[in-house]
Ligand binder design. Structure first.
Ligand code: ADP
Length: 170
């Protein structure tokens, strides 16, 4: 009956909590948003089995873009990069899953879209390194730094585990 079903469901919720996970910061850049690729990109992460923990549209202030890319501040393209990221709304997200930092980078593809494999987001959707549609953290440490930078106020960040998890993870 309903009670047994509820018990089974809650057992799955409890069991799902045991899975090891990590988090990554993913951002659809302004070109990806303007070109209408938000749905397709989110869909690729969902289909892979990654779990969406936060999502917002955001008009990035220059200071945030500069902080995000501070390791590249000596590069000749740094000014253009900051202007590009601030040129329109981005979609900022936290995704969670096993090895999600590396796994997301594989879904995204190489930095230069001319070198990213077909089937990857950049390989399928982009041609220029300065318009490469999406960002994904390059290490667990960068991910935690970027999540703090973009979601430091915790607004919209939800800790939840899909009830389907035991059918995705063993
Ligand atoms: P990734 O985004 O794949 O981690 P990087 O951290 O090396 O790559 O670079 C950050 C972003 O800077 C790239 O995604 C791209 O938007 C931009 N970028 C990198 N290299 C160049 C370049 N040679 N010319 C213009 N923009 C670049």
């Amino acid at each position: 009956g309903a009670n047994a079903r509820a018990t089974r469901a809650s057992r799955h919720v409890v069991r799902a909590g045991r899975f090891e996970t990590e988090r990554t910061y993913i951002m659809i850049k302004p070109d990806g948003v303007q070109r209408g690729h938000v749905g397709e990109i989110i869909s690729r992460f969902e289909k892979k089995g990654m779990v969406l923990k936060a999502l917002k549209t955001y008009q990035c202030p220059k200071a945030v873009a500069e902080e995000h890319y501070k390791d590249l501040s000596s590069k000749p393209f740094f000014g253009d990069l900051v202007n590009y990221i601030c040129s329109g709304p981005v979609v900022a997200m936290i995704w969670e899953g096993p090895g999600v930092v590396k796994s997301a980078r594989l879904l995204i593809g190489a930095t230069n879209p001319l070198e990213s494999a077909p089937g990857t987001i950049r390989g399928d959707l982009a041609v220029e390194v300065g318009r490469n549609v999406i960002h994904g953290s390059d290490s667990v440490e960068s991910a935690e730094r970027e999540i703090e930078l973009w979601f430091g106020d915790k607004a919209g960040v939800v800790d939840w585990t899909p009830t389907i998890t035991p059918w995705v993870r063993e």
